[in-house]
Design a protein around this ligand. Sequence first.
Ligand code: C2E
Ligand code: MG
Ligand code: MG
Ligand code: MG
Length: 278
Amino acid sequence: TVKTGENTNYAYYDESIRRHLWAEKDIESRMSAALENREFTVYYQPKVDLRTGRIGCAEALVRWRSQGGTVIPPDRFIPVFERKFMIDRLDQYVFEDVCRWLKSRLDAGKRVLPVSVNVSRLQFNDLNFVENYVAIRDRYHIPAELIEVEFTESIAFDNSSLLLRTVHQLKEAGFTCSIDDFGKGYSSLSLLKDLPVDILKIDSFFFADGSDHNRDMALVESIVELVKKFNMRTVAEGIESMDQVEYLKQIGCDYVQGYVFYRPMPEDEYDGVLDEEK
Ligand code: C2E
Ligand code: MG
Ligand code: MG
Ligand code: MG
């Protein structure tokens, strides 16, 4: 059977990882060459607007297809890139690839929707971070409203004045800002009132089996309600069932991102999805 999108790759990945388990030191020793050899590709996972049932945006998610054919998932290599202070290079590589793709659609007169890119919080330590992103966006002539920046917020480990300053800079530069993985770890509700973010992504943890469902849903409802009062939008991550979709619609969540609608898919497949939905 021919499966689409991520299915194929993960099946492939599962197999190869058994044959070829990459240790962290393998990752470390190959990262730099992998960037130069352009072994990274960007997959797109749509976020569906619950009011219209149509795609509202897509998240860019990096994939590493090594020259040996092994596909390595981001959760394995992102922390290594962070530890080696190379995450800025990887994030910018992804952002540039997104801009290249958006430009190709704009030039062809095709339909475009916003894309969100993940940005490591480590990049916030770099004073030129926002400037660098603006320069990339301008080089490809991408309208500001097409780019959303996702970052995590965890007050326990973070310098909140640095966070505030950077988010203000991003907003001034016209980027849509979104807090990723909200509710995982030490998220702070009080920080939200000072942060000019547009979107809050509720972590998939709340929707996974195993924890206390009723309490989780009570939390999700309060988050959605609170966030509305701040004029922010909400995205529910990791949604796998239509029951969850119906529920999220009822409580006023704005977008759903999850396998229930789409898995992350390669660029050409997302092209097809966008062209078909019209
Ligand atoms: P994230 O930003 O929270 O992205 C969502 C993750 O959830 C993605 O995993 C996505 O494939 C997965 N997902 C989406 N829907 C479902 C679902 O219904 N069920 C389940 N079980 N999973 C779902 P992925 O692509 O493996 O990425 C993992 C993490 O790696 C991302 O979490 C993000 O933190 C990081 N990441 C990915 N690309 C980049 C990047 O370009 N730069 C940086 N700094 N981090 C990245
Ligand atoms: Mg994300
Ligand atoms: Mg997330
Ligand atoms: Mg995550």
